[in-house]
Each structure stands twice: as C-alpha cells, then as structure tokens.
Design a protein around this ligand. Structure first.
Ligand code: HEC
Length: 722
C-alpha cells in the first residue's frame, strides 16, 4: 500500500475507534459472546457467566504473563468494580463512585468523572464506600452513586447527560451495585438494610432518566394499599408493624441476570431490617421477599416467580450473591437453569422458567440448616438456628459462605468457581429493641456484650491467630449437576477476589494476601501467580486489542471484611490501581505500600471497667469503620496510631464532628462526653498493648507467636469443633 494511503487508513481506523465507537445495542449485548474482544456488560454477557471466549492465553503459555501497564487511582478504600471494555476503552469505577475511562492500550486516563458524593454519606455505607462498576447503553455509560443517584455519562467525554435521584435521601440508602442495561432501560437497586430502609429495584429510561417501573421487595405500611399483587402476597408473610418503621430491608444491592428469550430479569434480594426475625416480625412468617431470587418481566417489572433461599432470615443471609444462567443437562434432560451460592452456604440450581428448585447442597459449613427439602423447597433448620433464648455461634457468619465476589462458570468443564468462605459468628436477640434512625445499625442483636472488658486485654497477635483458624477463604470448583465439590484451593485469608474463567481452561482470582493467580480450571493447579502489592477483592476480566489478549483487575483492599478485620497476612492497603497483564508483559509495578509506626501512646487513663464500657461502645458505634479489636486494616484511620494532636482533639472529632467533611461524622446523637472518654480509654489501652507487642524483644516475639498459634488451635478445637 502507498504510504499516504496507509496513513489515511490508519487514521480513519483510529478515528473510528476513538470518536465514532459503535453504540451498545440490544443486539450487541444479547450476542456478547460473538465479540470476544469486548467486555460489554457487568458479567460479560446477560447470563453473567464471566467466561472469556478469548484463546490467546492458555494453559501452555500463561506462565509468561507479565504486567502490561498499571493505572493508579490514588485511593485507599476498597475497589470492587468489574471494568467494561468497549472498543479499546476501559470504563471502571473506584471509591466514592468515581468513574474512569482509560485507554486499554496503555493505561492512560481519557477522562474521569467525580459525582462528588458528600463524604458524610459514608456513615450510611455498611461495607465500605465501594462501587461495582458501570453499565453501557447507546453512547453512554451509567453509574449508581453512593448517595443514591443514577448518572448517565457521555461515553466519549465523560460529561453528565442526565442524573436522577433513585432514593429518598431522608433514609440511609446507598448504591454500590453496578446498573444493568436492558432494552433501553437502566436497572438499579440499592443497599442499607443494616440501617433501616425498604428495598426495591427500579428501571429508568436510558435516554431520559425517567422512571419506567419499580418493584418493591418487602411490604410498606400496613395502613396503605399494597403497590402490586406481589406486595399483596408478600404482606401476608409479615407480622406486626416494627418492620414498617425500620424499613423491612430486602435491598437489591448487587446481583442481576437477564434471559432475553424469556424476557425475564432475575435479581437477588438481601436481608431484613432489622436482622433479627423475632423483632422484625414477631409471631413468625417467611417475610417475603427477603433472601429471595425474584424474576420479573424486564419491560414492566411485573412479578413472574420467586424462590426464597432463607425463609424468615435472621442471620443476614442475603440472596444478593452472583446469579449465573446456564443450560445444563440434568437427568438426561436439557434444563434452562439459574445458579446461586448465597451467603447461607447452599448452592442452588433453579429452573429459571418456573423458579422451581432442582437441587441444593452445602458448598461450605452451614450449621443453621441440615439440608434443603426438595419436596417443599425449604431449608430444614437445626437446633443451632435460633437465638431467641441464648446467644449461639452459627455459621456462616454475616459475611457469608460467599459474598458479592462474582463466581465464574466454565462451559466445557461444566464447573462453577466459587470464591467461598468458612466462618461462624455469635447471633443473639437484643432486649428492648429501639429503632435508631440515621446512619446507625439496627440489627436487633444484643449490643451489650458483657465480655467486652475481658476481650480488651487479649494481645492483638493472639486475636489474629484465633481469627485465622476460625475464618477461612478458599476457591472451590463446584459441579452444579452432581452438586459436589471437584477441587479446592485454600487461601491464607478469608476475604479474596471474584473469579474469571476462560474457554482455554484457566481460572483467575486475586487474593486477600495480594496475589493474582491463574489456576488450571480442571484441577486447581497453580499455573502462574504474581504479587500485586494490595489485597484484591474485585474480579478479573479479559479483553483483546489489536490481536493481544489482556487480563485486567482492580486491585484495592477493602469491602466489609477489609474494613472490619485486620486479617492475618492480608497485604497492606496500598493505593488502589487497575492492573493489566499480557503474555510477555515487562512493565514494572510501582510500589504503593504505606508504612506507619505507632507513636508512643499517652498515659493510660480510666479503670478496667471504663475501658470495658468503652470497648462495648466502640463495638456498637465505631468498629464497622475503624476495625474489630481496634485493628483496622489501615483503610480508615487505625485509632491506636492517633497523633498527640488527634488525642487532644478526640472529643471535637467524635462529638463535635470537625472531620465530617472527610467522612467522620459526629456521634453526639448516640454517645455523650463520658462515653467518648470511655472509648478514648479503650483506644489508649489498645495502643499500649500494640506498643508492647511492637517493642518486645525478637526472641520473646517468636516464642509468643508459637504459643499463640498453639493456643488458637486449642481454642478452635475445644470451642468450635462440632
Ligand atoms: C462510617 C465510618 C466511620 C465510623 C462508624 C466511625 N468513624 Fe471515625 N473516622 C472515619 C473516617 C472516614 C475518618 C477520617 C480519617 C480516614 O479516612 O482515615 C475517621 C477519623 C476518626 C478520628 C481521627 C483519627 C486521626 O488519626 O486523626 C477519630 C478520633 C475517630 N474517627 C473516632 C471515631 C470513633 C470514636 C467512632 C465511634 C464512636 C468512629 N470514629 C466511628 C469513619 C468512621
């Protein structure tokens, strides 16, 4: 070709890909598998199977993967997004619902959009200020913001085209989930059931932002007529009126999938507000549609069917976990199925035309139920289930046997890969429940933990050793037809990343201890791994550009477990980034670790009783952001590391709200000056414990570490082996 002509063709192609990139249509989204280079929607296709059809990276060459480029988000909170890739541009989101458009070729930012979520809204977020990504339709991308807006952005420039408020901002709703785009509509739900809200999912016109339909998941005021026939049915399964004041819960905060042939939208519904069923619905009832998978007509929002995974949930067993649609041969018959591994520990296979249960088996330890009765479709609760008369340790914990981290389904292996957990937690029934409005948890659990005082003297390293033995994380390969585990990989920490699989027989997953790993999909053998410098919770994706296949993942530690628990061996929370790999990549990973040293703590103040009281108050009001046992993962300030100045300002911060603009609101409506002093005493005592640990002689540290390990083994052996 003549040189000028060649340049002209190249320029036209570039122009086509940059300024005239093709619209995202129903046709493209329905046939997403015919465009293996792209990642057009949240779970890659409407079935959300997260299986890349790309063939370049395979079992034979994956060992030569290397970093192609990295993009730094400069944030310190959790990153959970599944990036979209459309015509050479990556669209992803970070903390505080910020949207980034990044060149897939070199990682350079094309535009970014900050919805300027007021930082004080963070107090309404149970599980970090995260966002799981955008949806694309036409020439726009759509993001749900933490403070409840749905914003449409021009895909080329990032300029907002419209925005609409999807919530009542007088209630503590949040949006962390990715919207979905179906038939010219954008679907979005919300969260907030720990605080007290009424759940729903809505569909908005993709061009104008006008609301098209809304489906409530739990009944509203018994005094008002129900919004729909579905709500009339649901209302019969609730008792009393506490639920209505608190909100009832049932938020649709994450999973959706769509069957274009049936035109059914499937979504998962969360836990109740409050958690405790005796308080929420005194006298019983299943409390529809809590912890259910619901199918509705995608155009009208009209109810089609539901399946409730945990009737009368009382353990925070949401059914908002990833939903995958597949066609499976079961008993010689081709079935259109829907698969989910909700928090409650059972793996469900449903007929997605009718919602009928096909099978359910435990994929992790679950002590609350013995099995699911296939005749009734209901779980059979054990004596470990209830906690009205006494506190019980029950598994899974509220973090679930599996949380929001997406699974992946490999067609040729016929296996589902589950980022699973094994855990237990204490459940109780609070006395004299009082609904507390605003950004406060309303669980209906017993807040007054009489053990707080003794807990305060446990050395931090011992606490971690025990945690490591009770809370486990693993990758499971699950056969959904036989309902059995095929293989598993144990991880060093419980909280790990979502999963990607490829047609070439690979499984990719990031880990809490800061690695990205490629496994053989058939047997779990590690074929490649790399250090990423930050614990990973997001799922990897794959795309191709000009004949090169890439693997990309958002690396940024956080989320509910990252915030609450300083897990053993979890990588220090360096700044977040988007990491992208290709065969033979040679880019170097910039270091991003933040080191910190403990300042010498001020003199001890307060009696043991005061410290115990402070610990109790801390657990109720502060733990969810500053970490259990005062050991935050370093995302939100670890209060043991406060400077002398912060110690001086303590009451101004906690009661006066002087740090409100960075997300630390005043707690003056919940605690008084004496309470603040007690919490301060507890913080100082914990800082002393850490100070002793940091400054112990190395030989003494080593002996202690062996001792703690042995002690943790005994605690778990005698305390929790049942
Ligand atoms: C919703 C999350 C959240 C909750 C709940 C919360 N905080 Fe904070 N806190 C923050 C954020 C965000 C900051 C700002 C610093 C940062 O981002 O690390 C902060 C900062 C602080 C600081 C200043 C730390 C320093 O080193 O200067 C103190 C003191 C503090 N919080 C005490 C408390 C106490 C006591 C409670 C419970 C009564 C509490 N916080 C509850 C989010 C929270």
């Amino acid at each position: 070709m003549h040189a000028t002509l060649r340049r002209f063709v190249a320029a036209s192609l570039l122009c086509f890909s940059v300024c005239c990139s093709a619209e995202v249509t129903r046709q493209r989204l329905t046939a997403a598998d015919t465009e293996p280079d792209q990642w057009l929607s949240h779970g890659r296709n409407y079935a959300e199977d997260r299986e890349s059809p790309l063939q370049q990276i395979d079992r034979g060459n994956v060992a030569t993967l290397g970093l192609a480029w990295s993009f730094d988000t400069s944030t310190h909170r959790g990153l959970e997004a599944s990036p979209l890739v459309i015509d050479g541009v990556i669209y992803t989101t970070g903390s505080w619902s910020r949207v980034y458009a990044i060149s897939a070729a070199n990682g350079e930012q094309i535009w970014s959009y900050d919805p300027e979520v007021p930082r004080s809204w963070g107090v309404n977020a149970c599980c970090d200020v995260v966002n799981r990504g955008v949806a694309a339709w036409g020439d726009k991308v759509y993001v749900g913001t933490l403070d409840g807006r749905l914003v449409a952005l021009d895909r080329t420039t990032g300029a907002p085209v419209w925005q609409t408020l999807t919530i009542d901002q007088t209630r503590p709703y949040t949006i962390t989930g990715a919207p979905r785009a179906i038939n010219g509509k954008i679907m979005i739900g919300n969260g907030g059931a720990e605080y007290g809200v009424r759940g729903y999912i809505s569909a908005y016109d993709a061009d104008t932002g006008a609301q098209v339909w809304r489906f409530y998941t739990v009944p509203g005021s018994p005094a008002l007529p129900p919004e729909s026939a579905a709500m009339k049915m649901a209302a019969k399964t609730w008792r009393g009126d506490v639920f209505y004041q608190v909100g009832g819960g049932g938020t649709v905060w994450d999973s959706m999938a769509y069957d274009p042939v049936l035109n059914l939208l499937y979504f998962g519904v969360g836990n109740g507000s409050p958690w405790n069923r005796h308080i929420r619905s005194p006298g019983g009832g299943d409390n529809l549609f809590l912890s259910s998978i619901v199918a509705v007509n995608a155009d009208t929002g009209e109810y089609a069917w539901h399946y409730q995974t945990t009737p009368a949930d009382t353990w925070d067993y949401t059914a908002t976990q990833h939903i995958i649609l597949a066609d499976l041969t079961i008993d010689g018959e081709q079935r259109k199925v829907l698969m989910q591994a909700p928090k409650n520990g059972f793996f469900y296979v449903l007929d997605r035309e009718t919602g009928k249960l096909i099978s359910a088996e435990k994929y992790t330890k679950a002590s609350w139920a013995s099995h699911v009765d296939l005749a009734t479709g209901r779980p059979v609760e054990t004596s470990n289930a209830d906690h009205i008369t006494k506190t019980q340790m029950t598994g899974p914990a509220p973090s679930g046997g599996h949380n929001w981290q997406p699974m992946a389904f490999n067609q040729s292996q016929a296996l589902v890969y589950i980022p699973a957990m094994e855990s237990i937690a204490p459940y109780s029934t609070g006395k004299d429940f009082q609904y507390s409005p605003g950004g406060h948890w309303n669980l209906g659990q017993n807040d007054n933990n009489e053990n707080s005082a003794t807990m305060t003297s446990i050395p931090p390293a011992l606490m971690r050793a025990v945690m490591q033995r009770i809370m486990k994380g693993r990758l499971i390969a699950w056969d959904p037809v036989a309902q059995t585990e095929r293989w598993r990989v144990e991880h060093p920490t419980m909280w790990n990343g979502g999963v990607l699989t490829t047609k070439t027989g690979l499984v990719f997953q990031g880990t809490g201890d800061g690695r990205l790993v490629a496994y053989d999909a058939a047997n779990g053998e590690v074929l490649w791994q790399t250090e990423t410098g930050t614990g990973i919770i997001a799922p990897p994706i794959s795309f191709a550009l000009e004949g090169t296949q890439y693997i990309s993942v958002m690396a940024g530690w956080g989320g509910v477990v990252g915030l609450m628990l300083n897990l053993p061996q979890s990588a220090s929370a360096g700044t977040g980034r988007l990491l992208t790999y290709r065969l033979g990549g040679t880019a170097t990973l910039p270091t991003n670790t933040i080191s910190r040293t403990l300042p010498e703590p001020p003199d001890q103040l307060g009696s043991d009783a005061t410290i115990g009281h402070g610990a109790n108050l801390y657990n109720v009001h502060c733990m969810r952001c500053h970490g259990a046992g005062l050991q935050s993962g370093g995302l939100v300030a670890d209060l043991r590391y406060m400077s002398p100045e912060s110690h001086k300002q303590f009451k101004n911060i906690v009661l006066g709200g002087v740090l409100s603009s960075v997300g630390m609101v005043s707690f003056a409506d919940q605690i008084d000056a004496n309470d603040a002093d007690a919490i301060h005493s507890y913080i100082i005592s914990a800082a002393h414990l850490q100070w002793q640990e940091d400054n112990a002689a190395p030989w003494w540290k080593a002996i202690k570490s062996e001792f703690y390990d042995a002690f943790a083994y005994l605690v778990v052996f005698f305390g929790f082996s049942s």
